[in-house]
Design a protein around this ligand. Sequence first.
Ligand code: NI
Length: 249
Amino acid sequence: MFTDTHCHIYKEYYENIDEILKRALESNINRVINNGCNRESNKEVLALANTYNNMYIALGIHPESADTYQKEDLTFIEENLSNPKVIAIGEIGLDYHYTKENKTLQIKLLESQLKIAETHNLPVIIHSREATEDTINTLKKYHIKGVIHSFSGSLETAKIYIKMGYLLGINGVITFKNSKLKEVIKELPLEHLVLETDSPYLTPEPFRGKPNEPARIKEIATFISELKGISLEELARITNENIMRIFDI
Ligand code: NI
């Protein structure tokens, strides 16, 4: 059994969430970590987690809301951390792809949430796009565990995160023909990896271009097990152990 450690299962993307989770289970994916990214989706994942036993959740404000979030959105997160389904703060981080003009605000929002995680002894799920240096420097200020979601950086960057105690979240990007990620992952011990889909985004080959869903962990797991020359069972065992080191799941 595998876990999808990062997805966005919201009603705006999926008409029939029952069906999506059923298909996941049929493909041996028995747990998902549904990530909120703003006030609305944080509310939604909390409600969904009440309905679905095998859905765990992370609450957070994504850097794309750095200009628009309200202080109350952070209060809302803190108020809901006693819910046993909340196992992390995420998706949080830095994204300089579209703009770095609000860099200061992005770092401020990230730090506010890292403080919440540290105070409540929760792991974090980090989004970092074209912002490696600032991400590393910011994370270094806090004593927290977590996952670098959608990792696609260099071997050198991977080693820095691993040394800091972070796991690397690997998704469909590794199956893309032009991706250099497979060369990096070949060099890394499996003890530092977890699998994720980032559904509804980043659908693995051969389904690239179609909407993604947690069942597609199967394609990602198959790709990695072939790359590493190990069985799917062994990959499931190691990645589940990694998850248990970080998450109270
Ligand atoms: Ni995401």
